[in-house]
Design a protein around this ligand. Structure first.
Ligand SMILES: Cc1cc2nc3c(=O)[nH]c(=O)nc-3n(C[C@H](O)[C@H](O)[C@H](O)COP(=O)(O)O)c2cc1C
Length: 273
């Protein structure tokens, strides 16, 4: 069986799960081809899915949905009726309606979605002082990813003829979710910036920016394009980029949700069949 694994991963969590899923599928005897669709170059070529028995899509959850640039690209695909499975990594907060809304996009693109999963992964904003599941993914999350690969294999091979069941929808429509996404830059994240720090202009931040927002020479991201994935901070070999301190917002959020970092860490990765 031939399976494509397409993943978007700005800071590495989603890629870690792609690697586990890839090895688990290979152990089961599948031939796996992995595609990194994080940077725009990875999303340029039209993909022909006819050669695959199934396609797995992996993404981080950004404000309760898949990242904006990824959603836009998924809408351009032609699923040709192929079976697909999804998985998401998230930082311990809200996962819904991400599964539901991404399945809608994939179904409209012509895929039959047979499974989904969510795995814990250190929150990107820990780089700005949050303390959300900093040690995840851990052994329990990797074990869940391995189990998920087996479940997906069974569904792709037809040994298990099921398709993905009901998913939580929430009352938030796409317009409302767009507004939350836009609000982020007003209330939470400032733009990644160099703030006068030394830089050798290696261009990595610009070349590996998923949304084409980062301008290495200026040392600043374009507010109209930036999706706050913080991949630029991760990729900078000189630690020259920074994000604002968001620890106050984290404390407020914990209070609002009547939650603690320990509560977040009690959450478990989950498979949806
Ligand atoms: C802009 C943005 C929005 C996020 N929104 C959520 C969210 O709604 N719920 C959540 O639990 N985690 C959220 N996260 C955390 C990421 O989903 C999590 O850290 C993920 O594992 C990052 O994946 P990556 O390392 O593959 O990029 C968000 C992260 C970013 C950058």
């Amino acid at each position: 069986m031939k399976i494509a694994v397409l993943y978007f991963s700005a800071t590495g969590n989603t890629k870690k799960m792609a690697d586990v899923i890839e090895s688990a599928l290979a152990e089961l005897g599948a031939q796996v081809e992995k595609f990194d669709v994080t940077v725009p170059a990875g999303r340029k070529e039209p993909m022909d899915f006819s050669v695959y028995d199934g396609v797995i899509f992996g993404a981080p959850i950004h404000s309760m949905r898949a990242p904006r640039v990824l959603r836009e690209w998924l809408q351009t695909l032609n699923g040709q009726g192929k079976k697909a499975a999804m998985y998401f990594t998230y930082g311990g907060f809200h996962v819904h309606p991400c599964h539901y809304s991404t399945r809608e996009i994939l179904a409209t693109a012509g895929f039959t979605v047979v499974a989904s999963a969510e795995f814990l992964g250190a929150h990107t904003f820990n780089r700005g002082g949050w303390q959300a599941v900093p040690q995840r993914p851990d052994a329990s999350d990797y074990a869940a990813a391995k189990d998920y690969a087996a479940a997906v294999y069974a569904r792709f091979s037809g040994k298990d003829g099921g398709v993905l069941g009901e998913l939580e929808k929430t009352d938030m429509n796409e317009e409302f979710l767009d507004a939350i996404e836009g609000f982020r830059f007003k209330a939470l994240t400032q733009l990644p910036t160099r703030n006068g720090k030394e830089c050798s202009l290696c261009m990595a931040c610009q070349e590996q920016c998923p949304s084409g927002a980062m301008d290495a020479e200026k040392g600043e991201a374009d507010p109209a394009l930036c999706i706050a994935c913080l991949g630029c901070l991760d990729v900078c070999p000189e630690d020259a980029l920074e994000i604002n301190d968001m620890s106050g917002v984290f404390a407020q959020r914990m209070e609002m949700e009547k939650s603690t970092p320990q509560d977040l860490n009690k959450k478990q990765s989950k498979i949806y069949l």
